[in-house]
Design a protein around this ligand. Structure first.
Ligand code: BG6
Length: 290
C-alpha cells in the first residue's frame, strides 16, 4: 500500500498520518499530546520517539542511514530475527536475520488514552511475527513469534535499540553489574564488573542474564531512560567507537559520540525454542525519568 492507501485505511485524525519519506519509503507519523514518533513499514521499524516531557529524541537515527528496501535503517529499533549478528553457518546471509530490511504489513491502528497502537506482521523462515507497538508517554514494543513449522524450532531475536545521548563518555548503564558477559571483540567470557557500564572504547558485549530494569543515565542531558524487558534472556550493549564508525558506510564518523545500543534480546545459549504452533513474545517498555 502507498501512503495514500495507508492513510485511508489506518490514519487516525491528527494522531497518526502516513507520508512518503524523501527516500520513497512510506512513513507513519504519530503526533499526540504524549509524544512525537515515526515508524517505517520497512523492517517494522520505529525510527523516532520523543515524549513531550523531554526536549531530545530518545532514539538515535543516523544522518547517514540508508532508507531503501534490502538495507536496514541505521538507528531507531531494528528488529533482528531469526538470527543475531552473522548467520551461524552461511556467510552469504545478511547480518541480524531476514526481517529488518524487508517491508512489513500494517494490520491495525488505534488510539486510546493518549497512546497510538499499531500492529505490523511479517513471515520469516516458517515463523509468523507480529510486532505490536504503543506510542505514548511510554514506548512499548512487543514481538510475538509463532512457529508455523511442524517441528520445534530455535531462533534468536533482538530489539536492537539505538539511544540518542548527549555524550558517550558521560553515560552510565545501571542494572547489568552482577552479570558476566561475552566480549564479542575478544570472544572471551568476562566476569561481572560489579559497577555501572561506561564507554571508553569499542564495546560489543552479550550479557546472558535478566535485569528487571536497566537505566541509561545521561549526565549531559540530565535525564535517564528506563528499559523494562519481558521474556528477554540476553542484553547486548554496543558502541562502535572511532575505527569501526569510519568503516560503517551508513554511519557518520563522529556519530558514535551521540548513541549507544542496549538491546533486549534472546541469543546464543539463551535463544528461543518454540514448539509447533506455539507463540512466544519478547517485550520492552521505555520511559524517560527526570
Ligand atoms: C550489534 C552487534 O548488535 O550490532 C555488533 O553486537 C554489530 O557486533 C552491531 O556490529 C551492528 O550490526 P549491523 O549489522 O547493524 O552493522
Amino acid at each position: 500500500m502507498d501512503a495514500h492507501q495507508l492513510q485511508q485505511s489506518f490514519g487516525i485524525d491528527s494522531a497518526l498520518r502516513f507520508e512518503t519519506h524523501p527516500s520513497g519509503l512510506v512513513q507513519g507519523i504519530v503526533q499526540t499530546e504524549s509524544c512525537d514518533a515515526r515508524f517505517f513499514l520497512l523492517g517494522g521499524h520505529v525510527s523516532h520517539w520523543q515524549p513531550t516531557s523531554t526536549p531530545w529524541p530518545v532514539l538515535f537515527l543516523s544522518e547517514q542511514s540508508s532508507f531503501a528496501e534490502g538495507k536496514p535503517i541505521r538507528g531507531g529499533i531494528p528488529l533482528c530475527f531469526p538470527w543475531f549478528s552473522a548467520h551461524p553457518t552461511d556467510p552469504s546471509q545478511p547480518a541480524h536475520g531476514l526481517v529488518r530490511q524487508v517491508p512489513w504489513t500494517l494490520l491495525e491502528s488505534q488510539v486510546a488514552d493518549g497512546t497510538v497502537r499499531i500492529v505490523m506482521e511479517q513471515f520469516a523462515d516458517e515463523f509468523l511475527l507480529r510486532c505490536k507497538i504503543g506510542f505514548g508517554t511510554i514506548l512499548e514494543v512487543e514481538l510475538d513469534i509463532t512457529n508455523r513449522a511442524l517441528r520445534t524450532r530455535d531462533c534468536e531475536v533482538a530489539l536492537h535499540t539505538y539511544f540518542d545521548i548527549g555524550a558517550i563518555e558521560k553515560v552510565a548503564i545501571e542494572g547489568l553489574e552482577e552479570i558476566p558477559y561475552l566480549d564479542q571483540l575478544t570472544r572471551t567470557v568476562c566476569p561481572a564488573e560489579h559497577g555501572p557500564i561506561r564507554f571508553t572504547r569499542e564495546t560489543d558485549r552479550i550479557y546472558q542474564g535478566v535485569a528487571e530494569r536497566i537505566l541509561l543515565h545521561d549526565v549531559e542531558r540530565n535525564r535517564s531512560i528506563s528499559i523494562d524487558a519481558g521474556n528477554s534472556h540476553s542484553t547486548i550493549v554496543w558502541n562502535p567507537w572511532i575505527e569501526k564508525s569510519k568503516r560503517m558506510q551508513d554511519f557518520g564518523d563522529e556519530e558514535f559520540q551521540r548513541m549507544c545500543c542496549i538491546e533486549t534480546a534472546s541469543v546464543r545459549d539463551h535463544s528461543m525454542s518454540i514448539a509447533p504452533n506455539e507463540t512466544t513474545a519478547i517485550r520492552v517498555r521505555y520511559a524517560v525519568c527526570p
